[in-house]
Design a protein around this ligand. Structure first.
Ligand SMILES: [Zn+2]
Length: 109
């Protein structure tokens, strides 16, 4: 399962950066086009955090919208999935945002 390994590396990274302190809150930024399910991350996060300094931490997930630039007309395209087209009909798009997955913020005691 994709989400399990992501949640695991998030927990590991946070535990490493916390340097022994307890982690209270973690904010994750997940792009809408990243094919990662926030609910699955939430579930896996709790499982992975068990018996680490991250156990019991609140997980906040911020979903960032997809955004692309059309390479044919130069227009700006809001993407809700990877099959979206530009208004001009082109599928020749350069994805600028929406596929990211990063730890935005972490709060420790
Ligand atoms: Zn276009």
């Amino acid at each position: 399962m994709h989400e399990l390994s992501i949640a695991n590396s998030v927990v590991e990274l946070c535990a490493e950066r916390a340097m022994g302190a307890r982690v209270l809150r973690v904010t994750l930024e997940i792009g809408r086009l990243s094919a990662v399910m926030p609910d699955a991350i939430r579930f896996c996060f709790d499982v992975c955090a068990k018996d680490t300094v991250v156990e019991g931490a609140a997980l906040e997930i911020v979903e960032t919208p997809g955004h692309a630039r059309c390479l044919d007309c130069g227009g700006s395209v809001a993407m809700t999935d990877l099959l979206d087209r530009c208004k001009c009909g082109s599928v020749n798009l350069e994805l600028l945002a929406g596929s990211e997955l990063k730890i935005k913020q972490m709060e420790v005691v």
